[in-house]
Design a protein around this ligand. Structure first.
Ligand code: SF4
Length: 366
């Protein structure tokens, strides 16, 4: 059916550049290769759970190297069935690590250090429970991703004054509670129904890292894992995700920290988000989303596209034109006059022209 609703989701694969840049994702999507989380389950790690945190991270770093070796062999043709399943795996170690991280939460760079396992809450207002507001086959995502098995988590670690999903991003209780087993069941069903990937989004998926990672323990279905995030993850979270995510769908909104602080209430935006994009680019396929904000071409869009062209040459970029004033900006436009309108056609043309000049591939996914 999706070929009727979104014919570009089929024709996009006739583009050699897209196939080359999303090669790993395509292999998993078409069941030619196993998803990275399934490879993680075959990487042996010996640990008891009594170890100190530093010791667990040292074991994790070592196992991440073993993962790399196995992943290379799988890409070269090794079948995962030929590798014995260990009694404890890299995925089990990641589950243990995220449980520890939850006790002094450092999932994102806000590093609230609250013990969410005991009901404390930080900036995202979430305790240890995760809630999803909805999940469905998403036909509005980029062509290579459609239909996307999208799961919307509540709450967020940003406060974008123009948020288009503010009903779920600002209200952590706006959804149904999901345990790791329930989440695994939702994801497996979405794949069996024909979704090309499992798309963890929100709000923001990062505060729900512990439930997402543990859910993979209860899944066996082969499906690309997609991380659809504002990318304000901590370094530790990126290390957890690196061996699990098959395709990244990160937002890259701002080049200017002043704009990020004022419009999304986020400190150190560029330092954190650029670091995480670099790590993601090294570890998997990616489609970057850049939402063009009115009057932000010179401070954000143009220098950001320059940076992407220079530092993330394999990434596809979706230059998004759909900004509209929402949430606080719609209610109080006088506080944010420069973004209290949609981007003009001229602004969008300028953004596209900049991307073309820099050799950024954006048309197939826009
Ligand atoms: S996920 Fe981020 S915002 Fe939420 S408690 Fe943890 S560190 Fe704070």
């Amino acid at each position: 059916m999706w070929r009727l609703l979104r014919p570009d989701s089929a024709t996009v694969w006739q583009d050699d550049e897209v196939v080359a840049r999303l090669n790993w994702y395509y292999s998993v999507m078409t069941d030619r290769k196993p998803a990275k989380y399934l490879i993680c389950k075959r990487v042996e790690v010996e640990f008891s759970g009594e170890e100190e945190l530093e010791e667990l991270w040292a074991l994790h770093d070592k196992a991440a190297n073993s993962f790399k070796e196995l992943w290379t062999k799988v890409r070269e043709g090794l079948k995962l069935e030929e590798v014995d399943a260990p009694s404890k795996s890299l995925l089990d170690l990641k589950v243990e690590l995220v449980k520890r991280m939850l006790k002094s939460c450092m999932f994102c760079e806000r590093r609230c250090s609250v013990d969410r396992s005991r009901g404390e809450t930080g900036f995202c207002k979430l305790d240890s429970l995760s809630r999803v507001s909805t999940w469905f086959h998403h036909y509005g995502e980029e062509a290579p991703l459609v239909p996307s098995g999208t799961i919307f988590f509540t709450s967020c670690n940003f406060r974008c004054q123009f948020c288009q999903n503010w009903d779920i991003s600002t209200d952590p209780l706006n959804g149904v509670e999901v345990t790791p087993r329930k989440l695994a069941s939702i994801a497996s069903t979405l794949r069996r129904e024909g979704c090309r990937n499992i798309n963890y989004v929100g709000g923001e998926p990062t505060p729900n890292l512990h439930v997402i990672v543990e859910s993979l323990r209860y899944m066996e279905v082969n499906v690309p894992i997609l991380w659809n995030s504002n990318m304000y993850c901590s370094l530790e979270t990126m290390k957890i995700l690196r061996e699990l995510v098959d395709i990244w769908l990160p937002d890259f909104k701002y080049y200017s920290d002043e704009c990020a602080e004022r419009l999304s209430k986020v400190p150190r935006y560029f330092e954190v988000v650029s670091r995480n994009h670099l790590m993601a680019h090294e570890s998997g396929d990616m489609i970057i989303r850049h939402l063009v904000l009115p009057n932000h071409l010179e401070c954000c869009t143009k220098p950001l596209l320059e940076w992407i062209a220079k530092n993330l040459p394999r990434a596809l970029v979706n230059i998004m034109a759909q900004y509209r004033p929402e949430h606080v900006v719609a209610r109080e436009p006088h506080r944010f006059p420069e973004i209290a309108r949609r981007p003009t056609l001229e602004e969008m043309k300028e953004a596209y022209a900049t991307a073309r000049r820099l050799g950024i591939i954006y048309e197939p996914v826009s």
